[in-house]
Design a protein around this ligand. Structure first.
Ligand code: EPZ
Length: 424
């Protein structure tokens, strides 16, 4: 296993190139199963989760050629219909094969994705949506079995959940509906940019979809879909993580390139409130931190509100911002695993239900800390950038799930950061 060792206090200067979006590439790779033929997907980020999805698609019988930033996926009508526990349990996004396999084969067995450190992660909305399209669903021995003997038929599907819409449930219903007979309307659909990218991919394959990016998506079923070529959108969460990195130390000046500023409006609004100077072009954002920061309250909600995947990173910034900031987590109320580790570095953060009360401190001190959730790990790296002394972040495989060479990109910006082998 590796660890990342950071010596804090260095201001960051220069530019960083954002990679393709993890949360777009995973459902899009699953969607390629729907095509008769080969799809070529470009701008693939080098992430552990992509390798896991490649393994799953190969297990299902797709021919996958993964060469650096490009993946070719050749699908066919002889796919396996079982997604096994040993693969699905390592990555929740494996649930994305449910819709394509059911839509294409009329039958699928998927090991129930367990919970993870940020929450229980149920899939009741996924199953409700597929049942509404005519699937018969049972749960046996930890597996979901979904069958559509006479094929799926279009229907009105309401996907509203307790707090709002579900991203991957919307993805699964959309991917199941594109080959269903008739029209499907997904009401209270999620509208994250990654779902828009998925819809664009499906439309290029020959699907008839409208309304993507809004809460009402309409899909006219077609008979078949063909392989295509597509480039993944930039990762707005990686971009946001580097924007916060550029805010951590006074005197930093970071240009985040190859991003989509309109995907980051909520974060940019909070960074401006905190006193960060921001300049945007159509595909880049410049972050400058010269004065004192101001405390800023944040509440996470579905897109276009503040993303839960940037909550931990914003907390790391508020931990060194004078005053009191309140961070409320509405998507995963338990997504505060980073609080105890940040407090070990000297922050003063107190939990009150689904809110964290952050009392900004003058200094954090470097310490050995443990990575856990993907985004919590990123927050610990950000804290290490500003902490006095050395911070060692252990179990960085969590980070490698969703960040491409984060230590190299930060080092190129002037951070004193390196990856080392754990001495066992
Ligand atoms: C996607 O997960 C992202 N993952 C998550 O990013 C992200 O945090 C999440 O959306 C919210 O934005 C991918 O896209 C691969 P949800 P997803 O279904 O779709 C409840 C990261 O760090 N819910 O929107 O699984 C659920 O409990 C990851 O990159 C149900 O109740 O999230 C949670 O409270 C972490 N029933 C909320 O909805 C369901 O059937 C969000 O879940 C489904 C979800």
């Amino acid at each position: 296993m590796d660890k990342i060792v950071i010596k804090g206090g260095k201001k960051l200067k220069g530019e960083v190139l954002i990679s393709g979006a993890k949360n777009a590439v995973l459902p899009i790779m699953a969607a390629a199963l729907l095509a008769d033929g080969t799809s070529e997907i470009q701008n693939i980020p080098s992430l552990r989760d992509v390798v896991t999805m490649v393994r799953l698609l190969r297990f299902l019988g797709a021919r996958v050629n993964h060469a650096g930033p490009t993946i070719e996926i050749q699908s066919n009508n002889h796919l396996k219909s079982i997604a096994p526990y040993n693969l699905v349990s390592t990555m929740r996004a494996s649930v994305c094969v449910l819709g394509p396999l059911l839509g294409r084969l009329g039958y699928v067995e998927l090991s129930l994705p367990g919970g993870c450190i940020i929450g229980s992660r149920p899939i009741d909305l996924h199953l409700k949506g597929l049942e509404t399209l005519g699937a018969e669903i049972t749960i046996e021995h930890g597996y979901v079995k979904a069958r559509a003997k006479r094929g799926l038929r279009g229907a009105d599907v309401y996907l509203g959940g307790s707090y709002g819409s579900s991203v991957l449930a919307t993805a699964n219903v959309m991917m199941a509906a594109v080959l269903a007979r008739g029209t499907t309307r997904i009401e209270s659909a999620a509208c994250e940019p990654e779902l828009v990218d998925l819809a664009e991919f499906l439309i290029k394959m020959g699907a008839k979809i409208s309304g993507h990016g809004s809460h009402l998506i309409e899909i006219q079923g077609v008979d078949r879909l063909h392989g295509i070529s597509h480039s993944i959108i930039p990762d707005r969460i990686e971009a946001g993580t580097f924007m916060v990195a550029g805010a951590m130390n006074r005197g930093s000046d970071v240009l985040v390139r190859n991003c989509v500023p309109e995907h980051s409006h909520a974060l940019l609004d909070k960074l401006r409130q905190a006193g960060i100077i921001i300049n945007k072009t159509k595909d880049s954002i410049r972050i400058r931190r010269n004065g004192l920061l101001r405390p800023t309250d944040v509440t996470t909600l579905p897109y276009p509100s503040f993303p839960t995947d940037l909550q931990a990173q914003m907390m790391a910034l508020m931990a060194v911002t004078p005053g009191i900031s309140v961070i409320t987590e509405k998507i995963y109320p338990d997504r505060f695993i980073h609080v105890s580790e940040l407090n070990r570095m000297g922050s003063k953060i107190f939990l009150e239900g689904s809110s964290a009360i952050v009392h900004g401190v003058k200094h954090l001190s470097g310490a050995p800390v443990m990575a856990s959730d993907l985004r919590a790990s990123a927050a610990l790296v950000l804290a290490g950038l500003v902490a006095e002394g050395v911070t060692e972040v252990h179990r960085v495989y969590h980070l490698d799930r969703g960040y491409e060479r984060i230590e190299e990109k930060l080092s190129a910006l002037g951070a004193s950061i390196k990856r080392e082998k754990e001495k066992n």
